[in-house]
Ligand binder design. Structure first.
Ligand SMILES: [Zn+2]
Ligand SMILES: [Zn+2]
Length: 87
């Protein structure tokens, strides 16, 4: 078996098996997980600390909603201004 990340034989280095069952070199998958949100490089299933990932997603979603709301408020304020100018 080869490591899907570096394509060298798994037996050459310490290995690590993710919860989904895919096996990688310890150092290859550690680097991958650090960069890419803890998802398995092969099947994209989450491996570790899903809570941290979910929290991160939730924060991103909230930030997006916030930005949308601010944009809507700005547009409404602008429309009111136009109406006032017309009157
Ligand atoms: Zn590797
Ligand atoms: Zn996997």
């Amino acid at each position: 078996m080869n490591c899907p990340l570096c394509a060298f034989a798994l037996s050459l280095r310490p290995q690590r098996k993710l919860r989904c069952g895919h096996v990688f070199h310890e150092h290859c998958v550690a680097r991958w997980l650090a960069a890419l949100d803890d998802a398995c490089p092969v099947c994209k299933q989450y491996d570790e600390v899903p809570d941290r990932v979910l929290e991160h997603r939730e924060r991103q979603r909230a930030a997006r909603e916030d930005a949308n709301k601010r944009k809507q408020r700005r547009r409404r304020a602008q429309e009111r201004e136009w109406c006032n100018n017309a009157a």
